[in-house]
Write a protein that binds this ligand. Structure first.
Ligand code: NDP
Length: 453
């Protein structure tokens, strides 16, 4: 069976991908387990060189990879190119840490001499969503390979082609074909089979909270490690000590980037009541200048990735407006035509409870607050906790928010910056475990203690 991949801006058929059945997944896992035997014993320096080579090849192909990403995912070419270059940088980072993945040694009087060595965890599964397929592929695959594991990477059926192309590029760079395999198909069949596969010992999943629960339950039943990076409903807090125009420009940039389809987008914009009018006026101005269109044609914002997303976003906005739970400032409608386009939208004076669920699309909702304590209470009132930001010129205010916001990441006068050195992940319904950073690379290893008598 094959699945069609379409351009969300035009409806054009781009390509088809095969659907891996449960037995195909099992065969791939067996090949990976066999390949693990030599990959595990490949010197760290050799693994590092292959990852560096992969990064160089990705950089040299940035234009074609970015064009492919735009065609299947919808984002503007400039965003696609920066994501591709970001993926190359992530492979360079993981190349740099290969040689630092090491154990420990300790002399224990009366017991003996203890060595703790780090063994690869085994076959890893990387389940990748459609919103940022290149960078999320690099995070998961880079970490798994650096630690000496084979990895089966499953892209989303609506954006699988860039991941396939990156996979081929890594193979050309010297990563053996059975050490990295791209497993295509839809989530319900292929994704589920991959998570259930007994030979898979580590699952790293990015996607919705609902699917994350299912993936976590399966991993629990099969006693395998799991890392879940799920939805977010992040607060972007503009305090009364913020540079309001700078904050408004950043909020617009980080809300409409990738058509609002990022787990750590600036989703709930909390603005001190004293500067709400200035913030809204400035944001409206910037939002109305966003040129929406086919990402291949110099637009600043592309379409939503698929029809389900368009319907969800459109219904969410219609509900808020029709129930008088927020005031529409600009946007609020589909752009008619073949693609899944939605006008960049701004709502103000939104009731906080209304937006407790994330809206994964180009919709900014401004919620006014009176005191810092109230802002923190509103920010912490969702079940999610991925990445929030606070905008202020006062250090003490920054510290208060950084300490009290429930989130895996807090940015101060920044948003949506995720260097590979920085552990990234959430609390609550945003999942658990962390991606990136030296501390969390050990999730891809097993500690083995050897006590010498
Ligand atoms: P999903 O969680 O369904 O998909 C994410 C990935 O998981 C895709 O590769 C998908 O494959 C796969 N998958 C789906 N079902 C299973 C399963 N049972 N077992 C294993 N893998 C599975 O997200 P959606 O695409 O449906 O998006 C829905 C919402 O999720 C968005 O509106 C947004 O709120 C959130 N989301 C969050 C993301 C994030 O970055 N945290 C990214 C994407 C979505 P396939 O697509 O082929 O079905």
């Amino acid at each position: 069976m094959m699945i069609d991949v379409q351009n969300p801006a035009t409806g054009e058929h781009i390509s088809s991908i095969p659907v891996f059945s449960a037995s195909d997944v099992s065969a791939a896992a067996n090949r990976a387990a066999e390949a693990a035997k030599s990959w595990e014993h490949t010197a760290a320096s050799v693994r590092a060189v292959k990852l560096v080579n992969a990064a160089s090849l990705i950089r040299s192909r940035q234009d074609s990879l970015a064009a492919l990403l735009t065609r299947e995912q919808g984002k503007p070419l400039t965003e696609a190119k920066s994501e591709i270059m970001g993926a190359a940088h992530v492979f360079e980072y993981y190349a740099s840490v290969c040689g630092s993945i090491r154990g420990d040694a300790q002399n224990l009087p009366n017991y003996g001499y203890l060595n703790v060595i780090r063994k690869p965890v085994g076959v890893c599964a990387a389940i990748i969503p459609w919103n940022m397929p290149a960078i999320i592929f690099a995070w998961k695959v880079g970490a798994a390979l650096a630690c000496g594991n084979p990895v089966l990477a499953k892209p989303s059926a609506t954006a699988p082609l860039t991941v396939q192309a990156l996979g081929n590029t890594l193979h050309e760079a010297g990563i053996p074909t059975d050490v990295l395999q791209i497993i295509t198909g839809n989530g319900g069949e292929t994704g589920r089979a991959l998570v259930d596969e007994p030979l898979v010992r580590h699952v790293s999943f990015t996607g919705s909270t609902a699917t994350g629960r299912e993936v976590g339950a399966s991993a629990g039943r099969n006693l395998k490690r799991v890392h879940l990076e799920l939805g977010g409903n992040d607060a972007f807090i503009v305090t009364k000590s913020a540079d309001v125009k700078r904050a408004a420009a950043a909020a617009v940039r980080h809300r409409f980037y990738n058509c609002g389809q990022v787990c750590t987008s600036a989703k709930r914009i909390l603005v001190h009541e004293s500067c709400e009018d200035t913030f809204v006026a400035h944001a409206k101005d910037l939002i109305e200048q966003i040129h929406v269109g086919n990402g291949l044609l110099e637009s600043k914002m592309g379409p939503l990735n698929n029809k389900d997303q368009l319907v969800f976003v459109s219904n969410a906005v219609d509900n808020i407006v029709s129930r008088d739970e927020g005031t529409l400032v600009t946007g609020g409608e589909r752009i008619e035509g073949k693609g899944y386009f939605y006008r960049p939208t701004l709502l103000r004076d939104v009731t906080p409870e209304v937006v407790s669920e994330e809206i994964f699309g180009p919709v900014m909702y401004v919620i006014p607050f009176r005191t810092d304590d109230e802002a923190i209470q509103i920010a912490n009132s969702t079940k999610y906790g991925l990445g929030s930001s606070v905008w202020t010129d006062r250090l003490a205010v920054a510290h208060k928010y950084a300490d009290e916001l429930k989130a895996g990441v807090v940015w101060v006068n920044k948003h949506l910056i995720l260097p590979p050195e920085m552990p990234f992940g959430g609390v609550g319904d945003s999942g658990f475990g962390r991606e990136n950073g030296m501390d969390f690379i050990y999730e891809y290893t097993e500690a083995k203690s050897i006590l010498f008598g």
